[in-house]
Design a binder for this molecule. Sequence first.
Ligand code: SAH
Length: 401
Amino acid sequence: MNRDSSRLILKQGREVPIERRHPWIFSGAVAKISGNPKSGETVQVFSDTGDALGSACFSPSSKIRARMWSWDPQEEIDKDFFEAKLRIAINTRKILLNFSNASTNAYRLIYAESDFLPGLIVDIYANFLVVQYLSTGAEYWRGEIADVLEKITGIKNIYERSDVEARRLEGLTQNKGVIKGEQPPVHIEINENGLRFLVDISHGQKTGFYIDQRVNRKKILNYTKGKNILDCFCYTGAFTVYAIQGKAKHITSIDSSSEVLALAIENCSLNYPNYCDLDWIKGNVFQELRKFRDSNTKFDLIVLDPPKFAPTARQAQRGARGYKDINLLAFKLLNPSGILFTFSCSGGVSSELFQKIVAGAALDAGVKVQILEKLHQSPDHPVGLHFPEGEYLKGLICRII
Ligand code: SAH
């Protein structure tokens, strides 16, 4: 421990979550800060009785006033610290991707708090790394982190996508652009389970592609042969391309953005230039599902993969209404024995609540439904056992009886 470093002293009893390895120190838990630390600097954390608990990065304007870097008070936070953590995360990915039988050159290398690097996201897309610095601590060490990433991955192109709302809460501005290496091409081609996808890392949603759905996309292959599919919120067509691979009879795909639909069409023809049983709809899923209901159009399998309706628990009620609405309509559009792949990526909606919402939707739609499988984010997005907030994607494969 550096004797000159700033100190953060907790109020009585507020050391308990930290001792249980939760990494966040909320402003209300802080009794005193000494040493005048600047945004992102490392502070030593103490209980009110003077026990050294470890070190954290300081965030003066966020409600999360500090995030733990280390629970070892002796551990220095420096370039070597990041190198050691990044090496562990990279080795873990090799194992995780092997276990999930995934062959891919696009995956999450660092998943922030769940990889013990609060606020740092790093995704690999072929020969590009895409980085998001989402906390003051990650921002403070941005140069060192980029150097170490290049050193241990051997990837020379590092692109930043810190153009996200979460930065505002940390008092940081939005940032985007080349950190190292070349300007990315308009599209980077990646390969996921033998399928090719074009990814726009500079303008695409998240860091360009929904790599978190990889394991779930593969599951759809079991249900698509000869079926009539509806892919709602299709983005750049990933579920659609898998459905073609799974020999679907016909696929209808909906998204509200014409840019992503254009890329979805390209992705389909890149893999299956001769498949033409496709309908693309640029529209609002809430309205399009109602049109199908009114025209009595039916499907054998529906995918519902909407954007976050409830990013935080406070928005859960409003989010729940959105999920109920689309799930109810989807159940009504399914043929007997029809299959629904339904997802929520809202941090504010737990998997228990999501299951309740879907159950309510089935009840109101007047259908009897079984859960065939519960789905999660792909294993390159692991959840820290002491950080349940890291679990955000939940899904159900439902079957109408
Ligand atoms: N299933 C996709 C990811 C979906 S992301 C994949 O595996 O790649 C959510 C998508 O929903 C985005 O492409 C966004 O443009 C679209 N979207 C958001 N609101 C919508 C709405 N009301 N109607 C249709 N599409 C919408």
